[in-house]
Design a protein around this ligand. Sequence first.
Ligand code: OAD
Length: 256
Amino acid sequence: MSSDNLIQQAADILRTSKNIAVLTGAGVSKESGVPTFRDAMDGLWARFDPQQLATPLAFLQDPKLVWDWYEYRREMVAKAKPNPGHLALAELERRAPSLTIITQNVDDLHEQAGSKNVIHLHGNIARSKCFYNCQGDPTVVDVSKIEYDKAQGPPPCPHCGRWLRPDVVWFGEMLPVDQLDVAKVASISADVMLVIGTSGLVTPAATMPELAKSQGAKIIEVNPDDSMITRIADIKLDGASGEILPRVLEAMGKNA
Ligand code: OAD
């Protein structure tokens, strides 16, 4: 657990910063009950490797398997509620309106917590789109309006009749260009970047802290373990984001 001294240092940097960027990963949603990508899966899914399921090739080889796995993940995300870490970030944005959250998460827990300025680099698990984006990229479709036989696999695209898929970024796919551009601008303009709950293994998201640092931003990391980002962090706060972030907010308040 991080010392009060480090927490206070982080709070002082945040309080005196004009532009705050926040990069979040799966760790920030863990205390909401959403397992990270690299956590072992249980039950039916224990024998599958998520990295093998989250690819266009896996989908083409077995659309039903990949669709069912995303249905399982969707159910977990649908049940999840924002945790104190999400709520603290929303409060930080109220205090510092120029704050931008760049998230790799496909849930909407930041928005549910009240954050407004959120960039999703890896898509949105609640949405579906045509696998072929037959009406343009992305061809988003409301699955709740489609009747289909779940035993047969994913629902058909109402435009072209081919498969629908989750609107998330899979391994080997490009990130949405507009979101990536905004994320880069937020990183370059930041005086400080908070890096929370990410292993820093997946690029280009993982390059944002380096980008921010190259332009003079301070890097504050919140993670119970070390990550690929830790070596460039100016301050490393060891612990769960749901515990650390409320403490940082409280420390900001003290000397405000
Ligand atoms: P990872 O699963 O790689 O890493 C989660 C990080 O969260 C680890 O560094 C943990 O130590 C940390 N962590 C665990 N519990 C935490 C807590 N309570 N508070 C704070 N941190 C905690 O997740 P990501 O880095 O988000 O991509 O993974 C990046 C991308 O890889 C994902 O978006 C996904 C995946 O493949 C795609 O689907 C394209």
